[in-house]
Design a protein around this ligand. Structure first.
Ligand SMILES: *[C@@H]1O[C@H](CO)[C@@H](O)[C@H](O)[C@H]1NC(C)=O
Ligand SMILES: *[C@@H]1O[C@H](CO)[C@@H](O)[C@H](O)[C@H]1NC(C)=O
Ligand SMILES: *[C@@H]1O[C@H](CO)[C@@H](O)[C@H](O)[C@H]1NC(C)=O
Ligand SMILES: *[C@@H]1O[C@H](CO)[C@@H](O)[C@H](O)[C@H]1NC(C)=O
Ligand SMILES: *[C@@H]1O[C@H](CO)[C@@H](O)[C@H](O)[C@H]1NC(C)=O
Ligand SMILES: *[C@@H]1O[C@H](CO)[C@@H](O)[C@H](O)[C@H]1NC(C)=O
Length: 577
């Protein structure tokens, strides 16, 4: 399989780059990053603020349509209707009983045409009627959450009555990129939500919204889904976002605090605050497009935007993230121990943390399994210990077992060994992840659910042991969701549909057993807007080493900033109180 070499491969040389690019002071945001409080935080999966709407199937936001000519007189405006979720940020779907709802829908029998005929098209009445009037641009107010009913149709045009279709949604503009939530109601109906912050709704900014049907009827969960992949673009519409309704005032984002990581899934956005269009990859393979000291625009991030090497892009969710410099990161991490258990994306993330943030620019690569101490190059008395345990297989040179690697007793003992050290020394933070290798191993989602239950029970026992020895400060344990696999990998055994389902199941089981004392870092949502091609990923990794070589898509170099952003999000998770 193509993917095996790319998940497995860790080799490659990278000329060390010499300059420590992060200036030492993080002006203005220092107070955010002060000392780490490793105290446990209440983990509240139900904490997402939501309101139920009695009119899920009607379009509820103000809408107007605009004909091709940009003549103000021709713009048709419908009377404004109060939006369904005034003054709130968009949130993804409810995670209550995620696994049982998913499994029961996956098992739902057919027997009637509306259940058995595959989805061929969709209808989104509110949008479709606007475009039926031959308008070219849909006008929506910014700030509001606009909710649309979506119905899956079979080839005859009749509505389907079972869910399970996997739609990829994309909303992008010159300075915006997000994945609008689309919620499966299980009966052929879906709810779509769109929202753009007024800051990005400039007069000349045209947004594009697209829906791609990737898999039908849970086909993505199959063991070998390749031949079922559709990739059919069902809608592509232009939208302009108007100034907000007078009564709309979105709460300002604030920097994420520890409790903010309790949200089980994020619905964030990438926003762009600067750009240099003449920028190209340099000899080290890096995109040093902007002055590394270029500051963030509050409230979208705090710190140095330029140091992300993203040509101006930054990710924020229900809260925003600080971009750390070396001094702030070392202040937080000195004397700490962080343990990672997951796939080879951790290998990239750890190396990027060392190279791009902690000033350890001569570390060319880290292995899939290691336990090492790193000293601050500016202050040798500051030591960070990192342990990395690859979980794609119990044998770290093999692949495609995923959480089933825990069925191998010596592998369990290896993990236990880090929680049974003499002197009762325990990791301060633990980052768990799985999915890519599980996607290849597990024959069905039901079997994965059983494997995830075993994995959760294992980590529950480890955590119970730690709590019994050090009840006052148990490690903060995070689940970092799997990447949205990109480009060619959208069709494979670890496609985004399966990864999102597997993440949902494993998160729920870990949470139910009290393991996730720190919460969730939603890498799936962070990577999704960049998963349509291989510009930011090789299919399964987003943080490969910068290199001046031909990338998967034939162009020179790849954009690695999505993983650099993840490094900073993890630092916020570890360090913010
Ligand atoms: C979730 O599952 C529990 C226990 O099986 C049940 O009592 C509850 O009604 C379910 N909630 C939803 C929203 O399905
Ligand atoms: C689909 O399910 C939702 C939620 O249970 C319900 O409100 C809606 O009426 C159903 N739609 C149809 C067409 O049955
Ligand atoms: C834009 O990038 C080019 C190429 O890296 C660089 O020479 C130029 O100075 C940059 N311009 C700005 C305004 O940063
Ligand atoms: C080096 O780090 C130690 C431990 O954090 C600290 O006490 C000391 O002041 C630091 N030295 C300098 C020169 O910053
Ligand atoms: C791990 O797999 C490699 C490659 O197949 C093999 O050479 C090695 O002996 C295996 N290690 C163990 C401990 O089984
Ligand atoms: C680690 O400690 C736990 C709890 O005391 C024990 O059950 C387990 O067997 C130990 N494992 C190892 C490998 O020492």
């Amino acid at each position: 399989m193509t993917a095996s070499s790319s998940i497995g491969k860790e080799a490659g040389n990278w000329a060390a780059y010499h300059r420590r690019f992060l200036p030492k002071l993080l002006a203005g945001a220092i107070s955010i990053f002060i000392f780490l409080l490793w105290a446990a935080n209440t983990f509240n999966l139900g904490g997402s603020p939501r309101r139920s709407s009695g009119h899920l199937f009607d379009y509820l936001g103000p809408i107007s349509i605009k004909p091709p000519s940009i003549s103000a007189a021709a713009v048709v405006s419908l009377p404004p209707i109060p939006p369904p979720f005034p003054n709130s940020w968009i949130s993804p779907f409810n995670f209550l009983n995620y696994s049982s709802i998913l499994l029961s829908r996956w098992l739902a029998p057919g027997g009637e045409p509306c259940r058995d005929s595959p989805t061929d098209a969709i209808s989104i009445p509110a949008i479709d009627s606007a475009f039926a009037a031959s308008s070219t641009v849909l006008l929506l107010t910014s700030g509001d959450i606009h909710e649309f009913a979506v119905t899956a149709l079979e080839a005859s045009g009749r509505p389907r009555c079972l869910g399970g279709d996997y739609f990829e949604t994309d909303l992008f503009g010159p300075s915006w990129k997000s994945r609008p939530p689309i919620i499966d109601l299980g009966n052929g109906s879906y709810i779509l939500r769109l929202q753009v912050h007024p800051r990005f709704a400039a007069h000349d900014a045209v947004f594009t919204f697209s829906v791609v049907l990737l898999f039908r009827s849970f086909d993505g969960l199959k063991l070998s889904p390749d031949r079922f992949s559709l990739r059919r673009e069902l809608r592509r519409v232009n939208i302009k976002f108007l100034p907000p309704h007078p009564s709309t005032s979105l709460p300002d984002l604030r920097l994420c605090r520890a409790a903010d990581f309790g949200l089980p899934a994020w619905s964030g956005r990438w926003t762009r605050h600067a750009r240099n269009d003449s920028c190209a990859v340099d000899r080290a393979g890096r995109y040093r497009c902007l002055d590394p000291a270029l500051p963030c625009e509050l409230p979208w991030c705090a710190g140095k935007l330029g140091s992300l090497e993203s040509n101006g892009w930054v990710y924020s969710a229900h809260c925003a993230f600080g971009v750390f410099d070396a001094a702030a990161a070392w202040r937080c991490l000195a004397g700490k121990w962080v343990l990672f258990w997951g796939d080879s994306n951790h290998v990239d993330t750890i190396r990027n943390l060392l190279n791009f943030v902690l000033g350890l620019t001569d570390i060319d690569a880290v292995p899939r399994r290691f336990d090492r101490r790193f000293a601050n190059p500016d202050n040798a008395s500051e030591i960070l210990r990192i342990t990395n345990i690859f979980n794609g297989h119990w044998n770290d040179s093999l692949n495609y077992l995923g959480v089933a690697s825990l069925r191998h007793a010596p592998f369990r003992d290896l993990i236990w060994g880090f929680f049974n050290e003499t002197g009762d020394r325990f990791p301060d933070a633990v980052v768990l992840n799985s999915g890519l290798h599980d996607g290849i191993y597990w024959k069905s989602v039901r079997r994965f659910a059983a494997g995830a239950e075993e994995a959760a029970a294992f980590w529950e026992a480890v955590m119970a042991h730690v709590r019994s020895r050090r009840p006052e400060a148990p490690p903060r344990v995070f689940y970092r969701t799997t990447v949205a696999t990109g480009g060619y990998a959208r069709d494979l055994g670890f496609n985004p549909s399966k990864m999102e389902s597997f993440d949902g199941i494993l998160k729920e089981k870990l949470k139910a057993r009290g393991v996730l004392t720190g919460g969730v870092v939603d890498e799936f949502d962070m990577t999704f807007p960049w998963h349509y091609d291989n510009r930011c990923n090789d299919g399964v990794h987003y943080g490969r080493k910068p290199a001046l070589t031909k990338w998967r898509d034939g162009q020179i170099g790849h954009q690695y900033f999505v993983d650099i952003m993840l490094v900073h999000v993890l630092l916020n998770a570890f360090c913010n109180s």
